[in-house]
Design a protein around this ligand. Sequence first.
Ligand SMILES: Nc1ncnc2c1ncn2[C@@H]1O[C@H](COP(=O)(O)OP(=O)(O)OP(=O)(O)O)[C@@H](O)[C@H]1O
Ligand SMILES: [Mg+2]
Length: 141
Amino acid sequence: MIINVNGLSDTEKLGEQISGKLKGTEIIAFFGGLGMGKTTLTRSIVKNLGSDDDVSSPTFAIVNEYTAKNLMRIYHFDMYRISSWEDLESTGFFDYIDNGIILIEWSENIENALPENTIKISIKPGKSENSRVFEIEGLDI
Ligand SMILES: Nc1ncnc2c1ncn2[C@@H]1O[C@H](COP(=O)(O)OP(=O)(O)OP(=O)(O)O)[C@@H](O)[C@H]1O
Ligand SMILES: [Mg+2]
């Protein structure tokens, strides 16, 4: 499914729609370079899952953990610095699977390790500065 957005608030609405479809153990992998809106979309998904936690790219920590109001766990990964299977294992990634919702920035770096049922969202630039083209695979919204 392809979704064209024209500004930040459209991206936030998309996050709201996505969050409404999640049950609690999905893996969502974001693809798309610097400033495409991976953290912006993640922030909206997390907020709309009922969490008041601050959301920022865990570039150094690799994973941030948030809690939604119903005690649903959310794990937010930034794989920018991950370049091998050993790196990935040491983040605990495989232990988080099935224990909460997993949201992954820079999935390009771990694409081979993603389970088959992963929801993939790739973000590309649109025609103007604030436009983006989202391609969503594995989730109907
Ligand atoms: N339609 C849009 N959707 C999302 N972000 C937008 C949009 N239009 C403009 N922006 C701007 O683009 C930037 C997106 O930043 P964000 O941190 O979400 O990107 P990112 O993909 O997580 O980047 P990084 O690779 O550095 O983690 C923000 O400054 C935001 O204001
Ligand atoms: Mg980011």
